[in-house]
Design a protein around this ligand. Structure first.
Ligand code: NMX
Ligand code: MLT
Length: 425
């Protein structure tokens, strides 16, 4: 039995009992109110979802199990997985054991590659990723055990099994898609001894063996892993999983949300915006040119990608972490230079637009420029990079939800005429 499973067998029953007692004692207390504007406004600010893995206070940004992101920047993705699930960072033995457990499960089956090779050559890499995850559903341990009549108390064990398999396969699936879709040559096999970040760097075949790039891959996965429960990808996946559709179905479904320009696709759009700037001004633009370009974007009725957030009201600490990485390793790179110059100008412009609640950069404003520097210039792939990481948050949230025995998610909706009646009352 893996050390993670043993640890969770100790942690989860206690937590489940505590939650049951908590809800029994305080179940009728009000925790949030919903105004009509919120019902029509994407439920912004409505507190109605439980997520114990992480929280995003508007004035602080991501905190994973009580630890602020700035204190987690140098952690391996596997340490984050352990932390998200158990509430503690692993010791050396626990970490090695988890890397070994994931290593054992590496190896994307051939039928996945055959299917992906048959897709139209211009398919978006996100379509390939989502399809690749979905067609592996036939291997779901959860569905198999469910069909054999598994008890409810064991659901989380089978979900964990699916999660570990998916953690093992996601980097290989993504890297294989990168190499296939962009004609980079043969796929590179996973190494069972490598952590997720190092293996991903190796299998992409970029900047081979470059310690900086490995460091970036680890940081990238850690930063994008989880962002509480209400973001589009995690929430969508958790709703699907709450119907007891297994992790293959729910991960594939949730990650499709990342493909939207208001969510994960913003990293692709942001780099496109920066490259347009460079082309227009024949190199890194001045701050005056940047200001002009930003106003033009707004006047064309478009959003400035990588800026604004539904929850945050400060510069995203994930953006800061990436910016500092860039300042350390590529300070003179023209794309990175433009990204840091954009940061000096865009918030001041967005502050002048009253309706925009958060003028600050989010994680997507910087990530693309760093990938571009190491040779990943195909920016339609950037959302796949986000997905490898977000799979960690989605899967760990599902394991916890099944362990706590949360029921199917099903809020109430009303037609406008019924809201009108409610308002009149
Ligand atoms: N550029 C232009 N307009 C903006 C921006 C921006 N960066 N951010 C918000 N607005 C507009 C928004 O479109 C809305 O306009 P309207 O009422 O005409 O529809 C208005 O300001 C109010 O929006 P907010 O309440 O400030 O933001 P909301 O919570 O609705 O949306 C985002 C949050 C993230 C969807 C929005 O800020 C945005 O579209 N940003 C650019 C895209 C982006 O970077 N997305 C990535 C988010 C992070 N991620 O990784 O997922
Ligand atoms: C995320 O990481 O999911 C994004 O910042 C969007 C969000 O939190 O709503």
């Amino acid at each position: 039995m893996s050390k993670l499973l043993t640890k969770l067998e100790e942690v989860f029953p206690k937590q489940k009992k505590e939650i049951a007692a908590f809800v029994k004692e305080h179940g009728d207390k009000e925790v949030s109110k919903v105004t009509l504007a919120q019902a029509y406004g994407g439920m912004r600010g409505v507190t109605g979802i439980v997520c114990d893995t992480s929280v995003v206070p508007p004035d602080k940004g991501l905190i994973i199990r009580g630890i602020e992101l700035d204190n987690l920047r140098d952690k391996l993705p596997e340490e984050i997985i352990w932390l998200l699930l158990t509430g503690e960072l692993p010791n050396k033995e626990e970490l090695d054991d988890l890397i070994k457990e994931i290593g054992k499960r590496k190896g994307v089956p051939d039928y996945v590659w055959t299917t992906l090779e048959a897709l139209p050559k211009d398919s978006h890499p996100m379509v390939m990723l989502s399809a690749g995850i979905l067609i592996m559903q036939r291997e779901s341990a959860f569905t198999q055990k469910y069909n054999e009549g598994s008890g409810k108390d064991e659901y989380w064990v089978h979900t964990l099994e699916d999660a570990l398999t998916l953690f093992a396969r996601m980097p290989e699936l993504a890297a294989g898609i990168y190499r296939m879709r962009f004609n980079k040559g043969e796929r590179i096999k996973p190494n069972p001894d490598f952590d997720m970040g190092k293996d991903l760097a190796n299998m992409l075949g970029l900047a081979a063996g470059d310690e900086e790039f490995i460091k970036l891959m680890r940081l990238y996965i850690t930063l994008h892993s989880d962002h509480e429960g209400g973001n589009v990808s995690a929430f969508a996946a958790s709703i699907i999983n709450s119907a007891l559709a297994d992790l293959y179905y729910s991960l594939s479904g949730g990650l499709n949300g990342l493909a939207g320009p208001l969510h994960g696709l913003a990293n692709q759009e942001c780099l496109g915006w920066v490259l347009d700037l460079l082309e227009r001004y024949h190199g890194a633009p001045t701050e005056e040119e940047l200001e002009k370009f930003t106003w033009e974007t707004l006047q064309a009725g478009k959003v400035v990608p990588g800026y604004g957030h539904a929850v945050l009201r400060i510069t995203d600490p994930r953006f800061n972490a990436l910016l500092e990485f860039g300042k350390q390793y590529m300070p003179e790179d023209p794309v990175f230079l433009t990204v840091s110059r954009v940061f000096n100008v865009v918030p001041e412009v967005l502050k002048q637009v009253k309706k925009i609640k958060d003028p600050w950069p989010n994680v997507d404003a910087a990530s693309g420029s760093l990938l571009y520097h190491y040779g990943m210039t195909e920016f339609s792939f950037y959302t796949v990079m986000f997905s490898i990481a977000r799979a960690i948050g989605i899967a760990t949230q599902s394991v916890v939800a099944r362990a706590m025995g949360f029921p199917i998610t099903r809020p109430k909706s009303l037609p406008t005429e019924d809201f009108a009646k409610l308002v009149k009352k």
